[in-house]
Design a protein around this ligand. Sequence first.
Ligand code: BEZ
Ligand code: FE
Length: 309
Amino acid sequence: MRDLTKANVTDAVLDKIADNTEPRVKEIIEALVRHAHDFIREVNLTPDELLHGARFIQAVGQISDDKREEGVLLGDVLGLSALCEILGDTVRAGATESSLLGPFYRDGAPDRQMEFDISLGDAAGDPAFVSGRVIDTQGDPLEGVVLDVWQVAPNAFYEAQVGQPDEYADYAYRGKFTTGADGRYWFRTRKPVNYPVPTDGPVGTILRGTGRHSWRPAHLHYLIYKNGYQTIQTELFNSDSEYLDSDAVFGVKESLIIPYTLNEDAEAATTHGFDGPFYEGVYDFVMKDDASAADAAAQYSQRASMSAD
Ligand code: BEZ
Ligand code: FE
């Protein structure tokens, strides 16, 4: 029996992984072991520091529930989610770029008619009209595309967020819209605002402990799907946000930044049911066809409700 050394302990662990392990699992676990061991050697991690890390992970689990995914948030603030999305964008080249899902997506948002006010009549914040088209990579409009949208309320909380100080109705600031033959979508809302990611859990200790702020630039989230096309998971960012260059979770891409222009035309306001000037945001989404996305709705729903099993 050989003593384990700083150098050979890694191979001792790798040797334990059965050869018939599912290939992708094998690839991931082996790389995880190699990189984790290299990390410990690089920083000369002490047993107390390792224990501290284990308890940190425990705390991440303990604060999580069906309304709060601290593990997702941890990956977000460390840039892991952003990196995975960037890697995936090569597969999606030609389509609208992706961005983060975030921890506040809720499956099951109600279907709405175009023009619907997803704020459900909220009087706070600035009125906004959001519109555009969904087209394919040839520029032709796509019919029957579902746009599942969600955003923060003007009080800087999501409707279902833990600690939400106001009484928003279920699924306020959320809704699903389905395009007609012209590929167009349009809906009413309040202009998205900047908001901080939650810092009352273990992830907050990382941000505070490393001198980072917790703000995200104002944005609207979209999950866009249609059978036979790659699902788009993205966010559109307000061009006037002061946090575009310092998003706490690294989600901003140049192509996803849009201006909200003030429309002061009284007739347009009446047409859209506003009682005065309103902001307009316009964006066209490009979807790429993908034969493997035969049941896009089921695929996206499974992803959104993903558990660790
Ligand atoms: C969000 O945009 O909803 C979000 C994304 C990552 C972390 C926290 C919030
Ligand atoms: Fe968000």
